[in-house]
Design a protein around this ligand. Structure first.
Ligand SMILES: C[S@@+](CC[C@H](N)C(=O)[O-])C[C@H]1O[C@@H](n2cnc3c(N)ncnc32)[C@H](O)[C@@H]1O
Length: 280
């Protein structure tokens, strides 16, 4: 059985005061009635409480990912601002910067209307990337994607619930783009469904009943038989680790989530991977 959390690097030490501060911030985000929130019927990025999920991830970004207020952040597949809204309460108004990118017009329009006017350091851009479910008429193939930013722009890249909807070729393209865009020492925070033995066999009997993944041929993909293929994509354990390394991103944290039926403080699996600079 795989370990719940494999930490390849020592975690940045949190003092109890810092830890309390993060918890306070998360509670403040959850309780703040003035933060923008889309109407429930416009939320296309998954179930769960929009604000609570954002507050939860803010904690993971800081604790597991080492996100800091002065960072320049890129959120690939930002959807309708679920991660951006809590980040408005953390990123420094002058030094910190956020760019969100997504193929879904409605999500980007909402973010531009309700986030950017109050937080001008938060920018959102629509990119017409084709996706069978999210953007079927898209003009840009995900296999030939070049993200519209110059090299080495970002300290922190977010991909939450994105590779859970992508075929493997597109994952590889995205990771190579992330490696191009990160500054040396910059980090990718990515969630995924990693299919280890526990997840594949549901040995605990506690796996999320909606995610009875079956392997597609010889892998690396796993799909859920009764769903459209890209509604939920899992990968053979090891595939994403190798893909990250191949792109030049060193895995710092791999933390397995409770969707597979084991204890964890997060649902999907989480990778944090660092760009260490060009290897000689
Ligand atoms: C499940 S949603 C997650 C949204 C957001 N990351 C969050 O956690 O709230 C998946 C998002 O990925 C976007 N997406 C789909 N294909 C993409 C691609 N090739 N590149 C970037 N984003 C993509 C979708 O439009 C959608 O907003």
């Amino acid at each position: 059985m795989s370990e719940a959390a494999i930490r390849h690097e020592p975690a940045p030490e949190m003092t109890p005061v810092q830890d309390d501060h993060i918890r306070w911030l998360q509670e403040a985000v959850s309780r703040n009635r003035y933060l923008p929130q889309p109407q429930a019927n416009n939320v296309f990025v998954g179930d769960g409480d929009f604000k609570a999920v954002g507050a939860e991830f803010l904690g993971h970004f800081i604790r597991m990912g080492g996100l800091r207020p002065e960072h320049r952040v890129l959120d690939i597949g930002c959807g309708i601002g679920r991660m951006a809204v809590p980040l408005t309460q953390y990123l420094d108004f002058e030094k910190g910067h956020y760019n969100g990118l997504d193929p879904v017009e409605g999500g980007i329009a909402w973010c531009r209307r309700f986030i950017t006017p109050a937080y001008p350091n938060f920018n959102f851009q629509r990119l017409d990337i084709a996706h069978n479910l999210y953007n079927p008429q898209g003009k840009i193939s995900g296999e030939a994607l070049r993200l519209p930013y110059p090299d080495r722009q970002f300290d922190f890249v977010i991909m939450t619930s994105v590779v859970t909807h992508l075929p493997p070729d597109e994952v590889l393209v995205h990771l190579s783009e992330v490696a191009r865009l990160l500054k040396p020492g910059g980090r990718l925070f990515m969630t995924a469904f990693v299919i280890d033995q526990l997840a594949a066999e549901n040995a605990s009997g506690r796996r999320d009943a909606r995610l009875a993944f079956a392997r597609d041929g010889n892998g690396p993909c796993w799909f859920v038989p009764d769903m459209p293929r890209l509604a939920a994509v899992g990968f053979d354990d090891g595939f994403l680790d190798r893909a990250l390394e191949k792109a030049g991103l060193q895995v710092a944290v791999k933390s397995l989530g409770h969707w597979r039926g084991q204890d964890a403080d997060h649902y999907q699996d989480i990778y944090v991977a660092e760009y260490r600079g060009a290897q000689r």
